[in-house]
Ligand binder design. Structure first.
Ligand SMILES: Nc1ncnc2c1ncn2[C@@H]1O[C@H](COP(=O)(O)OP(=O)(O)O)[C@@H](O)[C@H]1O
Ligand SMILES: NC(=O)OP(=O)(O)O
Length: 309
């Protein structure tokens, strides 16, 4: 089977040291899928990392070091490189440890968005560190950031998150996949770009990696979209005494639960929406949402929430 795997924040952590340690764990369930003969394409988030890079560059530019300010799309590209570098090395090592003869590389990927996407007028994507309300409001005042509460977990800076339309490097990714290689692509949702004639121009935004993963899964005609996160199953009444974990969700049921507000915006909601979109896109396509370490069990139907048409 051809599988696009989207990795969440728990696969990467928040610091280089933490990331280097975590990717070794992350590599195992991914290589489990590869070992079973699947073609695997890997995507990942970058919210904490792109926020960290952008803030660090901004602060450094205001010190005696006088480093240049780093535009936001460049920070996105840096986050793809930094995460891809750790991830590809960890997976490479795990493949070698299991005597699997496969190569892996990261493609710095640009994802085309619509410059008139209404998301540019309404920033919603949380990035960078979590703050208290007071810290966030101070930061907002000092730096002109827009800050919002993130799914009950604290306050964060938010930036626009336009929808992905197309993947600029899709044919390169397709060629690599069809040659039997493992590819890390649309990292952090891809560097968001708009088309102007022959030019691709970076825009200050962060595309949701669940939506970008869905897009590349459709483009590559994948059989499965697996969204790996910190919970084993999607739940209704999440965090309440009557919480109920779901084994299977039809598109219709999922839409009803969305309307009833069961999935937190910025966390579970984009995953369920991406899963619906993929399951609806072609007969037989399935999406699975489960915990990182359960990927292989999930694909064999033993756990996770399966989203089907
Ligand atoms: N209805 C729900 N069912 C399960 N988890 C939910 C639900 N609503 C919110 N969540 C939370 O969403 C988290 C996943 O979102 P997030 O951490 O933002 O994703 P990512 O893994 O992509 O970084 C889960 O770990 C869980 O805490
Ligand atoms: N780009 C993106 O969706 O990142 P996170 O998954 O870290 O929020």
């Amino acid at each position: 089977m051809r599988i696009v795997v989207a990795l969440g924040g728990n696969a990467l952590g928040k610091t280089p040291k933490e990331q280097l340690k975590l990717v070794k764990k992350t590599a195992k369930p991914i290589v489990d899928l590869i070992e079973k003969g699947n073609e695997v394409i890997i995507a990942h988030g970058n919210g904490p990392q792109v926020g960290m890079i952008n803030l660090a560059m901004e602060i450094a530019s205001k010190t005696e070091a006088k480093t240049p300010e780093m535009p936001f799309p460049e920070c996105g590209a840096m986050s793809q490189g930094y995460i891809g570098y750790h991830l590809q090395n960890a997976i490479r090592e795990e493949l070698l440890n299991r005597n699997i003869d496969k190569e892996i590389a990261t493609v710095i990927t640009q994802v085309i968005v619509d410059k008139n996407d209404p998301a540019f007028e309404n920033p919603t994507k949380p990035i960078g560190a979590f703050y208290s309300k007071e810290e966030a409001e101070k930061l907002a005042k000092e730096k002109g950031y827009i800050v919002k509460e993130d799914a009950g977990r604290g306050w964060r800076r938010v930036v626009p998150s336009p929808l992905p339309i197309d993947v600029a490097e899709k044919e390169i990714v397709r060629t690599l996949v069809e040659s039997g290689h493992i590819v890390i692509t649309v990292g952090g949702g891809g560097v968001p770009v708009v088309k102007e004639g022959n030019k691709l121009i970076g825009v200050p935004a962060v595309i949701d990696k669940d939506f970008a993963s869905e897009k590349i899964a459709e483009i590559l005609d994948a059989d499965y979209l697996i969204i790996l996160t910190a919970v084993e199953k999607v739940a209704i009444n999440f965090g309440k005494p009557n919480q109920k974990e779901l084994d299977k969700l039809t598109v219709e049921q999922a839409q009803k639960y969305i309307e009833e507000g069961h999935f937190a915006p910025g966390s579970m909601l984009p995953k369920v929406k991406a899963a619906i979109k993929f399951a609806q896109s072609k007969e037989g396509r399935k999406a699975l949402i489960t915990a990182l370490e359960k990927a292989a069990d999930g694909i064999e139907g033993r756990t996770g929430t399966l989203v089907v048409k």
